[in-house]
Design a protein around this ligand. Sequence first.
Ligand SMILES: [Zn+2]
Length: 106
Amino acid sequence: MLHPQNPRDWYGLGRWKTRARFQMQSHPLCAHCLEKGLVVKAVIADHIEPHRGDWNRFWLGELQSLCRKCHESGKKFAEHRGFRSDIGLDGWPTDPAHPTYGNRVK
Ligand SMILES: [Zn+2]
């Protein structure tokens, strides 16, 4: 399938805008904030697993709704370290991939 070479351009496609809008409508609150017991309006449809420029993963990968703050802080951290540092209401990290739960070798 022909598509723009630069993954940044994929976010400008009508097909993506439709998908992102549907994500925000079905999940209007920030997923990471909810894990911490906070109710925050989400503004970004984010790929849970980074698509890393893979066209199929971009379209088929599962999405989550995030607020801007979580998208910028949490995701960048997770993409570099492989886990998020958020702490949940019970005092434990919300991310099952957190080293607290044992290192998962990929
Ligand atoms: Zn958030």
